[in-house]
Structure formats: structure tokens, C-alpha cells
Design a protein around this ligand. Structure first.
Ligand SMILES: Nc1ncnc2c1ncn2[C@@H]1O[C@H](COP(=O)(O)OP(=O)(O)OP(=O)(O)O)[C@@H](O)[C@H]1O
Ligand SMILES: [Mg+2]
Length: 297
């Protein structure tokens, strides 16, 4: 048996098994029984690492058509297989994304109907408790709207449209958006931005960043509290800061990787990056959380 070093390397990986057999055992079996493996074989080691190979067996004939030997090829196709599977996975994700965007779109219309309807009922109601109930419903509807908007944003690959944004105005818009929700959760949303601070960025992206941050703050302030949206112009940059006095984030959760699960902050980092902004979180349990962003001026 003659073999090259690449084959020897693969054959030496005896910890990888397929139906309990190592690659060299499989090859031997194939040679002995003239068994042909038409499909790629997946071998696994004990730690769920994988080795995908294609085994090829060719009988060689000499000039007189007499059997002369057998040529075996082993193709390590692990990487290709992984890429193929990734592609299928990505396609699924794209499909799920499209579905989500359609669904989000479809949800928004009936929500708007519900909101108007409840507002009308609220106006006509003479009972204080009923009115309060209506307000709660409106607040919750607004919350669904924000979630849905978030979802749309995720799936939409929009081109950035950078304009000059008046930060104080933006803060006001966001405050308005959250007025009912804030009231319902006993949260005060304050804006501390001198007039005339201008930011050159995509407005809906920055708005989305604020929305994600505020959503997190609200979640962290179960019994109410204060959120401050601050803006300052420095020599070469614009500083935005959103702080809350919620429960804060424990140190082990501060690393981006260990926050797992949530989408909010990774969308925030992505959007800021696209707008030449930087992002930093400062937080400790019981000390609240500060999200700091800078933009070039
Ligand atoms: N202001 C905050 N105060 C306390 N904890 C926070 C704050 N912001 C983020 N966190 C912590 O970081 C985690 C990750 O936040 P992120 O916004 O990425 O995801 P999420 O809020 O859990 O989910 P999603 O935003 O997708 O609804 C949160 O679950 C929370 O534990
Ligand atoms: Mg979040």
C-alpha cells in the first residue's frame, strides 16, 4: 500500500468514527468487499467534531486490461460541507426575516385601528377606571408598535440617509413616542440637550438606537425611575448619553458575548458603527446604566 502524506494524515485520525469504524477501517472494508461509498461519509469524534470525506476507489488496469492495482482517493470535504450547511441556514434566516417583515407590516394596520378605537372609547367614557384602562391599552399598543418597528428594522437593509439632525428635536420626538409608556411604568424621560446641537447621521438609525436603549432602561426599572437623554457638543465630536437609575448590569454580563440572547444592543452597535459613531456602556448593579455614544462633528 502506497500513500501520500495527506492520505496518511487523514487515515491517522483514528478518533473519528463512522458506525464505530475509523477511516482506515472503512477504506480496508471498501477494498476487501469492493464496497463503494457513493455518498460522503461523516465521521465524528467523541467531542462532536466532524470529518466529512468522500472515498473514491478506482481499479487500475494495465495495457492488457489486466488488473494492476487500486487507486483510492480520500477527499476531506468538511469545510465545503460546513459552508453548504451554512448557506442553507442563511437562506432559512433570510426567509424567516422576510416573513417577519411581512408579518410586522400586517400587524401595524390593525394595531392602528385598535389604538384609534380605544381612544374614542376613552373620550366617551365617564368612568375614571375605564379611562385608565384605555390608557393602559394604548400604552401597550404603542409598545407592540415599537417592537414591530424594531423587527422591521432588523430585516430591512435600508440605505443610510445621512442628514443634519437637531438632537434636541430628536429627543423631543422620542419623548413623545414614549410618553404613554413612560407614564404607565412610572418613568420620567428627561431631555438635557442644548438647542442647536446638530448630528450628521441617519435619523431613523439614531432613533432606533435610542429606542433600543430606552427599552432596555425601562425593562431595568421595574418600579419606575428616571431616564435622562443628554447631548453635548465637544470640540471635535458630539456626545450623546442615555442614563437610567435601574438595576444595572452585573460585571459578568458586561461582556458583549455573555449578554447572549438579546438583539437590542447588537443592533445599537451595528447602527452606530454604520454612522461613524462609537458606543460604550457603563454600568454596575444598583448604580444604573449609562450608554455613551460619540459622533464626529
Ligand atoms: N439599561 C440597562 N439596565 C440593566 N440591564 C441592561 C440594560 N441594558 C441592557 N441590559 C442587559 O443586557 C442584556 C442585553 O440587552 P439587549 O438589548 O441586547 O437584549 P434584550 O434587551 O435582552 O433583548 P431585546 O433587546 O432583543 O429585546 C439585557 O437582557 C439586560 O440584561
Ligand atoms: Mg433590549
Amino acid at each position: 500500500l502506497l500513500s501520500n502524506s495527506r492520505a496518511q494524515n487523514l487515515l491517522a485520525k483514528s478518533e473519528y468514527r463512522y458506525e464505530g469504524k475509523s477511516l482506515s477501517a472503512l477504506l480496508e472494508e471498501s477494498l476487501k468487499n469492493q464496497k463503494v461509498f457513493y455518498d460522503p461519509i461523516r465521521l465524528l469524534d467523541g467531542r462532536s467534531r466532524r470529518l466529512d470525506v468522500e472515498l473514491g476507489v478506482w481499479r487500475l488496469l494495465d495495457e492488457d486490461q489486466k488488473p494492476w492495482g487500486v487507486l483510492c482517493t480520500i477527499d476531506d470535504i468538511t469545510y465545503r460541507k460546513m459552508m453548504e450547511e451554512q448557506a442553507v441556514q442563511d437562506e432559512k434566516l433570510v426567509y424567516a426575516g422576510k416573513l417577519a417583515a411581512e408579518l410586522a407590516h400586517e400587524i401595524r394596520n390593525p394595531l392602528a385601528g385598535i389604538r384609534v378605537g380605544v381612544q374614542v372609547v376613552e373620550r366617551h367614557s365617564s368612568s375614571e377606571t375605564d379611562r385608565k384602562l384605555c390608557e393602559t391599552i394604548i400604552g401597550e399598543v404603542d409598545r407592540i408598535n415599537l417592537l414591530v418597528e424594531n423587527l422591521c428594522h432588523l430585516t430591512r437593509q435600508r440605505k443610510l440617509q445621512k442628514t443634519l439632525i437637531d438632537v434636541a428635536e430628536l429627543y423631543q420626538e422620542v419623548s413623545l413616542l414614549y410618553s404613554k409608556i413612560a407614564e404607565n411604568s412610572h418613568i420620567e424621560l428627561l431631555s438635557d440637550a442644548p438647542p442647536g446641537i446638530l448630528l450628521y447621521a441617519d435619523k431613523s438609525a439614531v432613533k432606533q438606537v435610542l429606542i433600543n436603549l430606552i427599552n432596555n432602561s425601562i425593562k431595568a426599572m421595574k418600579t419606575g425611575g428616571t431616564i435622562v437623554m443628554k447631548a453635548r457638543a465637544q470640540e471635535s465630536r458630539i456626545l450623546l448619553c442615555l442614563s437610567d437609575d435601574g438595576e444595572g448590569i452585573p460585571p459578568e454580563k458586561m461582556k458583549a458575548k455573555s449578554r447572549n440572547g438579546g438583539m437590542g444592543l447588537s443592533i445599537v452597535s451595528q447602527l452606530l458603527q454604520k454612522n461613524d459613531g462609537t458606543f460604550r456602556l457603563e454600568s454596575a448593579p444598583g448604580k444604573g446604566t449609562k450608554a455613551m455614544m460619540t459622533f464626529p462633528r
